[in-house]
Design a protein around this ligand. Structure first.
Ligand SMILES: Cc1cc2nc3c(=O)[nH]c(=O)nc-3n(C[C@H](O)[C@H](O)[C@H](O)COP(=O)(O)OP(=O)(O)OC[C@H]3O[C@@H](n4cnc5c(N)ncnc54)[C@H](O)[C@@H]3O)c2cc1C
Length: 394
């Protein structure tokens, strides 16, 4: 009889901690890279499970999943082509080059977990508490032995903590609920920026099934008392009445990415929120989760334990370094009075600037000369004279 997998003699090739989009994609990618790889996917929850999120699935997410034959995983949810961005009485509205989808995470994540199981990963309910890397692999909770471990356990990652990695320096806090879609929000993702330090905005994302995902989030500032009541008040200020008849409130913090991204050497790889990868301009993280999950899964399947961390670091930096630098600069610029307004004006004036900003906010776009030129044109004169462009609010 074959020895049971996961013992010191017969370790799992890969154990993935956390079965959200990052972890499920990692498990799928590992089996894709090496179909005989023994892959265990652990999560503290049973699926389907809910997760605090705006549920916005960028088309870039589906590009990554398409590599594994899963590009159609949410095709039965309505495409949401239009994006409306506003602050005060400045408003820009455009059709994105490719539509997003707004899919409850209870649905999306469960589908990815099913796909991981179909690909041959084993799913087990287990909350990981202890991670012990050693020369030839990793031991989890003294009992589960693996050659490589992927930490995909989200914003409060135990794996990250046990590696001694500090928590993200910049964090946002956000709350979401579900409410009937207002007629004027049909087919739309609506974002209303607040007056506070960015990112701070309310949103209403039409799911296309009669309900919208609505919410509010902002950058956490030292000493700020960002309670649920405060956040719901701010949501109501920015999108009056949208939360009427809302239910299923759920909130969480978001570790925002910085220009420099780090991954230690060794057999433990970090992906998605556990790796501190949330866009500081928009709060989007699902694209990074699947993109880094896909890279880590493939690396884990084919690398010696000691080489995996370095390889993952190189690949993630190759994919995201320029983008992370751009979003860090973009988010810092947006903290300055007038720059965010300038960006909205520039996007209104030129659809290509709108498209470039969408790429930065949802995918891995960079600050293009076009965006910088648009900002230079839109920020300076208006900053002196005050806003003159008025587009009627929706
Ligand atoms: C309110 C809000 C709105 C957002 N809106 C959007 C949006 O519209 N679009 C977007 O792209 N991003 C959005 N984000 C960010 C997005 O939710 C995350 O970036 C994304 O979920 C990251 O995926 P992940 O797989 O890394 O982590 P998660 O989705 O958090 O998955 C982590 C998994 O690990 C499991 N786990 C945790 N600890 C353990 C443990 N110790 N042992 C075993 N399992 C464990 C959890 O149960 C969970 O299933 C939003 C975030 C918030 C809070």
């Amino acid at each position: 009889m074959a020895a049971p997998t996961g013992t010191p003699d017969q370790p799992w090739d890969l154990v993935v901690v956390g079965a959200g989009p990052a972890g499920a994609t990692a498990a799928i990618a590992a089996r894709h890279a090496r179909p005989e790889a023994r892959v265990l996917l652990l999560d503290r929850s049973d699926f389907p499970r809910d997760k605090a999120c705006g549920d916005g699935i960028a088309p870039h997410v589906l590009d990554v999943l398409d590599r594994f034959g899963l590009g159609d995983v949410v095709d039965d949810w309505a495409p949401v082509p239009d994006l409306e961005l506003a602050r005060g009485d400045l408003l820009t509205r455009g059709t994105m080059r490719r539509p997003a989808r707004v899919v409850p995470r209870a649905v999306f994540d469960a589908r990815l977990v099913d796909a991981a199981c179909d690909a041959g990963a084993q799913l087990r309910r287990h909350r990981v508490r202890h991670v012990e890397p050693h020369q030839d692999g990793v031991v989890l909770d003294d009992t589960i032995h693996a050659k490589v471990v992927i930490g995909a356990d989200g914003a409060s990652s135990v794996v990250r903590r046990q590696l001694g990695r500090p928590p993200a320096r910049r964090r946002a806090l956000a709350i979401r609920g579900y409410a009937p879609t207002r007629r004027d929000h049909d087919g739309l993702q609506v974002i209303r920026f607040g007056q506070r330090r960015q990112p701070s905005y309310a949103w209403a994302f039409d799911r296309g099934d009669g309900l919208s995902n609505i919410g509010y989030g902002e950058l956490v500032q030292p000493g700020a008392d960002l309670t649920r009541a405060v956040m719901l008040d701010r949501l109501d200020e920015l999108l009056p009445g949208v939360a009427q008849d809302a239910a299923d409130w759920r909130g969480h913090h978001l570790p925002l990415s910085e220009a420099r991204w780090h991954q230690p050497d060794g057999p433990v790889l970090l992906v998605g929120d556990a790796a501190g990868l949330i866009n500081p301009m928009t709060g989007e993280g699902i694209y990074y989760a699947v993109a880094t999950g896909a890279l880590a899964g493939a690396v884990a399947a084919v690398s010696a334990p000691g080489a995996a961390g370095e390889r993952h670091r190189i690949l993630v930096r190759r994919l995201l370094a320029r983008h992370l630098l751009s979003t860090t600069i973009g988010s810092r610029l947006a903290e300055r009075p007038g720059v965010l307004d300038g960006g909205l004006r520039a996007a209104t004036a030129d659809q290509r600037v709108f498209d470039d900003l969408v790429e930065m906010g949802l995918g891995r776009g960079v600050l293009t000369p076009r965006v910088l030129a648009g900002l230079a044109r839109s920020v300076r004169p208006f900053a002196r004279r005050g806003p003159t462009l008025h587009v009627p609010a929706g």
